[in-house]
Write a protein that binds this ligand. Structure first.
Ligand SMILES: Cc1cc2nc3c(=O)[nH]c(=O)nc-3n(C[C@H](O)[C@H](O)[C@H](O)COP(=O)(O)OP(=O)(O)OC[C@H]3O[C@@H](n4cnc5c(N)ncnc54)[C@H](O)[C@@H]3O)c2cc1C
Length: 368
């Protein structure tokens, strides 16, 4: 079997790796350089921010992927020499609302956590600006350095004889046979395969519009800052009122993020920079004297309830979709790619695939 993947973000690249492990030949097309969109721009927290706000089908994928991440990172580092720097640093949630919900969710899903008072949060993170914040400490949550994860995956796939990675190759239309099977056209060239999987993130709706398919996936901009290295300033991820600080292993601290419905506009704004800086310095006042190294924006593939579409596209016998991971594509990716492989190859699925189906009516358009 051969499979054509449209989109070389974390979802497309990990799906390619999954398929190669089962001796399936893979071609990945991306309209630009590989791995330079949302998957590059994200923070790399290996957990949804407030996981109890999501439906159980998100927890199912996230839990599977959290187990898989340490081995995945180790394998890629060993095979490619680029370490994705998976760092199980823990996550400290300050003043979280809904204490009852947290406890219920954690107990039900067997997650380790600890409710701690202001003195204890300060002991965990001495650089915090206040000892008034109580907290919930999640020792098992980590972060991955996503640009490195993408680079290592790219090298891994480039070295594989059964994989073709084709950058600068934008899919502009489909060709359909009378039975509904599709081939794609990119750069005036026709690409066909036994199966075609669209993994085009926030652009998936645009891609499938060519076939008259309308999906509730839309771009949602997020802006981020990174501070120059300041090793040891914080020990783990710190989350407060939706804003977070992520420590990288070299001492850089990544700050996120905004949630903006501004279409496909990826520009950065002074307002967001100021807001992110204010949040960061309120949490950790010492950041006030550390220069910001970079400021960027990315486009999340927003979807109702943040539930990705993983499955076949009804009416098109060889067309599949794996997109719409919204705020959680990095954490969900290993599980999402494995489930897509299960569906493509007729394997027993790692989780029940029904909630991610394109034929499942999404009851409301609430966004998280
Ligand atoms: C600021 C920010 C912070 C985030 N933080 C986190 C986090 O901490 N943890 C977490 O789990 N998730 C986080 N996310 C979400 C996560 O980054 C996304 O859900 C995930 O990267 C989506 O992956 P993807 O492969 O579907 O999309 P993308 O990475 O966007 O990849 C899609 C690819 O498709 C290509 N493409 C598009 N159209 C075409 C076409 N016509 N032809 C060929 N190729 C095409 C694009 O060029 C792109 O490379 C964050 C996102 C942002 C923006």
């Amino acid at each position: 079997m051969d499979v054509l993947i449209v989109g070389g973000g974390i979802i497309g690249l990990l799906l390619a790796k999954e398929l190669l492990q089962k001796s399936v030949s893979v071609t990945v097309l991306d309209r630009q350089a590989i791995g330079k969109e949302a998957s590059w721009a994200g923070g790399g927290i290996v957990s949804p921010l407030y996981p109890w706000n999501y439906q159980p089908c998100i927890t199912a994928l996230a839990s599977w992927a959290q187990e898989a991440y340490p081995d995945l990172a180790e394998e890629l580092a060993a095979e490619t020499g680029i370490d994705p720097e998976f760092n199980q640093c823990g996550l400290l949630m300050l003043d979280p609302p809904d204490r009852g919900k947290i406890t219920n969710w954690a107990e039900r899903n067997d997650k380790r956590y600890e409710v701690i008072d202001g003195a204890e949060t300060h002991a965990l993170e001495p650089a915090l600006g206040s000892s008034e914040w109580h907290g919930v400490w999640w020792p098992d949550i980590g972060n991955v350095r996503n640009p490195r994860l993408l680079k290592s995956l790219e090298i891994y796939l480039q070295r594989h004889s059964e994989c073709k990675l084709i950058p600068e190759c934008q899919v502009t239309r489909f060709e359909q046979s009378p039975g509904g099977r599709v081939a794609v056209v990119a750069n005036e060239q026709r690409y066909q395969a036994d199966k075609v999987v669209v993994c085009a993130g926030a652009w998936s709706n645009q891609v499938l519009n060519q076939l008259g398919i309308e999906l509730p996936i839309e771009p949602v901009r997020g802006q981020m800052l990174v501070f120059e290295p300041s090793p040891g300033l914080i020990n783990g991820i710190i989350l407060h009122q939706g804003r977070y600080l992520i420590p990288r292993l070299d001492g850089r601290i990544v700050v996120g993020s905004t949630l903006e419905y501004t279409g496909y506009d990826k520009s950065t704004t002074t307002k967001a920079r100021q807001e992110l800086l204010a949040s960061a310095c309120q949490l950790v006042p010492a950041l006030d004297s550390i220069p910001v190294e970079a400021h960027w924006a990315g486009l999340r593939p927003g979807s109702p309830h943040g539930i990705p579409f993983i499955g076949e596209v009804p009416g098109f016998p060889n067309l599949y979709l794996n997109a719409g991971h919204f705020r959680n594509g990095l954490v969900l990716a290993p599980a999402s790619a494995r489930l897509m492989r299960n569906i493509l190859l007729g394997e027993a699925p790692i989780v029940d695939p029904v909630p991610y189906g394109l034929d499942v009516a999404r009851q409301s358009l609430d966004y998280y």
